[in-house]
Design a protein around this ligand. Structure first.
Ligand code: GLN
Length: 454
């Protein structure tokens, strides 16, 4: 049914870069056989899923939305993908994304943009717009995204889907093509909080192949979401972040947010306003740390090891081949960040830029620590606006970066966050999102509170 739905609507939505019809049907048939023998591998055995094209899939091309990886077929599965296979989830295909996960609209994909199923002239958020749109358009019941600065939560908000960024280290990064190693986290995209929790239970947990993977027993997120579904918030202390409201926040987004805060009070929560003063510097710090890490990560695309190779005429040197390949293979946004990052890391500038940004990162973590001494969770709108029109911010990188205002602090501090659908903006009738942030390791809390708010 999902493959049929993809055939029906994906010509318009373009959520997928690749659909693995045969593979998905074969996995589904195996799952059917298991279930008829009473040997299901868990509650999601047989439930199809879409995977963002930044995760390595054995035998299935993985492009990261870039021409430079065109034709690269990974010889191995990312740990997340392997866990999906073990749990019996048929993989429908790979979803569209901003090139190397840089962007907030999926317009930076080298393979054309994804369209928001709510209004095809609008963006589905980014970088994981394909994953969010596939779920919003009923092409897939579940998807995997990755969130470095908001790429699961912001697309969730603007497509009316649920998106979760787990605690840094909660989900293995092995086989996730790195954008910024210290920020990247894979996580669930779904239509309900319970679905996301069930998926998190499948993909999460320690992995020997990721040295930043946290070694501990995690509680059942399925249970946390189930408990939360009662809607009772008695005893919960909620902090509304002062710095995430006011100028620049769309009135219709704020209206829905304020209503939800009032509903939390009705459900028994105690709500206070909490100031996190360093958050106003988060965006600036992020856009130094991320390009710095990305410029280093992307150095490996050198025309020798993966994908594309452009050989200029004559008898080119290795360096000329490398230059021609990188020039043709990378898009403008990627080049912009490589230049920014290389500059920020160069000797003489390192302390002034990267060093300062790392200090701000520490201050942001301290703001979170202080806030979580007072409250159990922090809430804000997930994104400052609803989905904007395709092309609207494409020529204005700063305007594009501002979409991540509310989501970036969680990545810099490594804390978990969820975006849950929060009703439609009265003006444009488009989805808005509510973000719930919790202390590191307390991912169960975002599921409990998220499910209560649904
Ligand atoms: N939009 C942010 C960026 O462009 C976030 C990206 C992400 O989370 N992958 O960097």
């Amino acid at each position: 049914a999902h493959l049929d739905r993809i055939a029906e609507v994906d010509g318009d939505v373009h959520a997928f870069l690749q659909v693995d019809r045969d593979g998905a049907l074969a996995q589904a048939a195996e799952s059917d056989a298991r279930r008829s023998r009473g040997e299901a591998r868990g509650p999601l055995d047989g439930v199809p899923i879409a995977v963002k094209d930044v995760l390595a899939t054995r035998g299935l091309a993985t492009t990261c939305g870039s021409k430079i990886l065109e034709g690269w077929v990974p010889p191995y599965d990312a740990t997340v993908v392997q866990r999906l296979r073990v749990a019996g989830l048929p993989i429908l295909g790979k979803t569209n994304m901003d090139e190397f996960a840089m962007g907030s609209s999926t317009e930076h994909s080298a393979y054309g943009p994804t369209h928001n199923p709510w209004d095809l002239d609008r963006i589905p958020g980014g970088s994981g717009g394909g994953s969010a749109a596939s779920v919003a358009a009923y092409e897939a019941p579940l998807a995997i995204g990755t969130d470095t600065g908001g790429s699961i939560r912001q697309p969730g908000a603007v497509t009316g889907t649920v998106g979760v960024k787990p605690t840094y280290g909660g989900v293995s990064r092995y086989g996730l093509v790195a954008l910024a190693n210290s920020l990247d986290q894979a996580g669930p995209v779904s239509r309900t909080v319970l679905d996301a929790a069930m998926l998190h239970d499948v993909i999460g947990g320690h992995d020997l192949r990721d040295s930043t993977s946290i070694k501990q027993d995690w509680p059942s997120f399925t249970e946390a979401a189930t408990q939360g579904a009662s809607g009772d918030l008695a005893g919960l202390k909620v902090g509304v972040i002062t710095e995430m409201q006011g100028d620049g926040w769309q009135p219709g987004v704020m209206a829905r947010f304020t209503e939800s805060v009032e509903l939390m009070v009705k459900a028994g929560a105690e709500v206070v306003e909490v100031s996190c003063p360093s958050f106003v510097h988060a965006l600036a710090a992020y856009y130094l740390i991320l390009p710095a890490e990305a410029s280093s990560n992307l150095a490996k695309f050198d025309a020798m090891r993966y994908g594309l190779r452009v050989t200029p005429d004559g008898d080119p040197s290795a360096e000329e081949v490398m230059r021609a390949t990188r020039d043709a293979g990378f898009g403008d946004e990627v080049k912009r960040r490589i230049i920014l990052g290389t500059y920020a890391l160069s000797s003489g500038y390192y302390d002034a830029y990267y060093g300062q940004a790392q200090k701000i990162r520490t201050l942001i973590s301290r703001d979170f620590d202080a806030a979580f001494e007072r409250v159990d969770v922090l809430v804000s709108p997930t994104a400052p606006t609803t989905a904007f029109r395709l092309g609207e911010k494409l020529d204005d990188p700063i305007a594009m970066y501002l979409n991540d205002l509310a989501t970036i602090p969680a990545n810099l501090a490594g804390v978990p966050g969820i975006s849950v659908p929060n009703g439609l903006d009265d003006e444009d009738s488009l989805p808005t999102g509510l973000q719930v942030l919790a202390p590191a390791l307390a991912d169960d809390r975002v599921y409990r509170v998220g499910a209560a708010l649904e």
